[in-house]
Write a new protein. Structure first.
Length: 252
């Protein structure tokens, strides 16, 4: 059984989420609901939950105020938020789970399943993720966000703008950096496509996701190919060609 706590300053939101969890999420026990940081800190210390559903903005307080009062954090955090899509990008690249209000049942079930699957790693690197999330949210330009990469040792954070291109490698992804270094991460390329395509990245081929700002030249052909700043030649698939040329502003 997954022990959970709901933290939100609005009674209606607390009760609604509690009902959704008990009705639609098998194996979840809602131990308590809390309306402010003080109440939540005391409750978490007493009941030791596996996961908390945490509202970001509460009256004069934030979810981050709560986390700063707890050490160690040996539970997972799923933020509930009404933030705009622009701000949500900061959550995504920081490897931080969130649910957008009004909460969708399917998304709630998916978030709960992720916690169940990773139960042995609850709370791992949570403070690193929170610190990076705060930095990303304070950064006006998304290309300056730092992306959380899962590694064998934990998490590595890299600036999005320093990524030159990404290459599919089975269930893994190779990330090639502007400084010549390379990272191998245990996520597939589609996940990074979803994360980075809202910024200056384009999936030119099923194997490649490129930073548009790091393209040195484009060579025409059936699909053609791009030459990156490091000299790498990466294919552009025929079906991606038209959209790619539009993305780079090519008028031919």
């Amino acid at each position: 059984m997954l022990k959970s706590i709901v933290v939100d300053d609005e009674l209606k939101s607390r009760e609604s989420l509690k009902k959704m969890l008990t009705t639609f999420c098998e194996g979840v026990d809602v131990l308590a609901t809390c309306q402010n940081v003080k109440e939540a800190v005391e409750t978490i210390r007493n009941v030791k939950p596996d996961v908390i559903f945490l509202d970001i903005q509460m009256q004069g307080e934030t979810g981050f105020d709560l986390l700063s009062q707890l050490s160690p954090i040996n539970f997972e955090v799923i933020f509930t938020t009404a933030y705009s899509e622009f701000a949500l990008q900061a959550f995504k690249v920081s490897a931080t789970d969130y649910l957008l209000k009004p909460i969708d049942v399917a998304e709630l079930q998916h978030a709960v399943e992720k916690v169940k699957q990773d139960k042995d790693r609850l709370g791992e690197n949570i403070m690193e993720r929170m610190k990076q999330l705060l930095q990303n949210m304070a950064t006006p330009e998304p290309e300056n966000y730092k992306l959380a990469l899962p590694t064998a040792e934990g998490l590595t954070f890299i600036k999005v703008k320093d990524i030159m291109y990404l290459k599919a490698s089975g269930n893994y992804t190779e990330i090639f950096m502007a400084d010549g270094s390379k990272q191998l991460v245990s996520k597939n390329l589609k996940e990074y496509d979803d994360l980075l395509s809202p910024q200056h990245f384009f999936r030119t081929h099923h194997s490649f996701l490129v930073n548009i700002n790091c393209i040195k030249s484009y060579v025409k052909g059936e699909g053609g190919y791009v030459i990156m700043n490091d000299g790498a030649s990466l294919d552009v698939s025929r079906r991606k060609k038209e959209a790619f040329l539009e993305k780079i502003g090519y008028k031919g």
